[in-house]
Design a binder for this molecule. Structure first.
Ligand SMILES: Cc1cc2nc3c(=O)[nH]c(=O)nc-3n(C[C@H](O)[C@H](O)[C@H](O)COP(=O)(O)OP(=O)(O)OC[C@H]3O[C@@H](n4cnc5c(N)ncnc54)[C@H](O)[C@@H]3O)c2cc1C
Length: 386
């Protein structure tokens, strides 16, 4: 596997073990059928508890069943999952960084005890409801709201593009609290409550091996103890997104690496004009550029892990890495696809599947444009969002 500047040499034993375990799991259990899942628009849901058993959901958290592995180990895990499919990594990102993390960081003791072990083991599935039909890049404009009454809260509104909502037991829903000056708060909404609907979105041409849906909230009553007590305002959802984007910055490298390895192998196997296409300079230039771009993205991801470990990671660092590494993967997937000629457009090979998936990864968790504006603001002090 491509590791051109020997980053492996700096890994400790646990980090290698986690990476190798994830790689083996993917090779044996997921890769053989992932093309079929992509074509059928299904996720291998039977693997959800197994992924929990393997420790794939938020292993970087501490306590309540989570082993607190290093941020590098967590990144490597995301990389191996996305080397298979962005849908597989999305499952782990949402469950870990977007559902377990907010409960861990902002939940009450009772919420942590009730949900973290069940989510960590994959016995329960969670989703993260921030995006709305009219509010994507600007989630602070959200219309979903909560009204307080004697028994707790009544929620109304709708969320869309929510990964795993149709198969979730619990949704972390971000809504404006009408009784407290429209402050954004996090609500734990069990999906079997009256008034909750979770329709599946079926028309996707990207991230097909992942379940995506809506969340409809029609006079949904939830008790006061379902509110996340530890956070108020957009800081709540945004801090979760920083965690998930960190994983994406690593994961996208996995998709790019898989494209590179597939293209290299293909170029060595495929004969044209009396020998392997890998002997042509044009093909070698493509491989050289891919390897270089992947290596640069790896260096950025490893540096992010160090900053995160010592508490110096800023959301803007994560914006730079998400923006760069996903764009890199999206560009290189296309190059790999073209190197495979006609075979490159089939599900028999991974590059076009990765290429289609990366359109979602480029768009969700802050679009490429929005991360550009985040960096622009950080570099100039001037916000250019509006
Ligand atoms: C498969 C999939 C899964 C998802 N999973 C989840 C999930 O689990 N939970 C969740 O809450 N959301 C999820 N999302 C939603 C995702 O985060 C949003 O799609 C994303 O934030 C963009 O919002 P939008 O689609 O409404 O696009 P818009 O915000 O309408 O943007 C449209 C275009 O305008 C550009 N644009 C917007 N504002 C500006 C600006 N100020 N300056 C310049 N350009 C701008 C954007 O970059 C984009 O190119 C998912 C999306 C997909 C596709």
């Amino acid at each position: 596997m491509l590791d051109y500047v020997d980053l492996e040499a700096d890994l400790d034993e646990e980090e290698r073990l986690i990476r190798d375990t994830a790689r083996q799991f993917v090779d044996e259990q997921v890769r053989p059928d992932i093309g079929d899942h992509f074509e059928a628009g299904t996720f291998p849901t039977d693997l959800i508890p197994e992924m929990g058993e393997m420790g794939f959901y938020a292993p970087n958290l501490k306590g309540y069943g989570s082993p607190n592995v290093s941020e590098t180990a967590y990144g490597l895990l995301m990389q191996e999952l996305e080397a298979c499919d962005s849908g597989l990594r999305s499952m782990a990102s949402v469950q870990g960084a977007l559902v377990m993390y907010p409960i861990h960081a902002f939940g009450s003791e009772a919420q942590k005890k009730e949900w973290l072990p069940r989510l960590g083991s994959g016995e329960a599935v969670g989703c993260f409801g921030l995006t709305e039909p009219e509010h994507g890049s600007n989630p602070s404009g959200m219309q979903t709201h909560a009204e307080k009454d004697a028994d707790g809260y009544v929620l109304n509104g709708s969320k869309t593009w929510i990964t795993n909502s149709p198969i979730s037991d619990i949704a972390v829903v971000w809504a404006k609290d009408r009784s407290s000056e429209d402050t954004v708060r996090g609500f734990l909404v069990e999906t079997d409550r009256d008034g909750v609907t979770t329709n599946k979105i079926t028309e996707k041409l990207s991230l097909r091996a992942s379940i995506t849906g809506e969340i409809g909230l029609n006079d949904v009553r939830i008790p006061e103890e379902n509110v996340l007590p530890g956070v108020e305002g957009m800081k709540g959802p945004l801090s979760c997104l920083t965690q998930a984007r960190y994983g994406i910055a690593w994961g996208a490298i996995g998709a790019a690496r898989d494209c590179f390895e597939t293209a290299r192998e293909y170029a060595l196997d495929r004969d044209q004009f009396g020998g392997p296409i890998a002997r042509f300079q044009i093909q070698q230039e493509k491989l050289a550029e891919m390897a270089t771009q992947i290596t640069l993205a790896q260096l950025l991801a490893y540096r992010l892990a160090d900053l995160k470990e010592r508490g110096d990671l800023r959301p803007q660092h994560v914006s730079m890495a998400k923006r760069n590494n996903v764009r890199m993967a999206r560009d290189q997937a296309r190059v790999a696809r073209e190197m495979l000629g006609g075979n490159g457009i089939t599900t028999d090979y991974s590059p076009m599947r990765h290429m289609a998936n990366l359109e979602t990864v480029y768009t969700y968790e802050g679009t490429h444009d929005i991360h550009t504006l985040v960096l622009g603001q950080d570099l100039t002090g001037i916000a250019a969002f509006e």
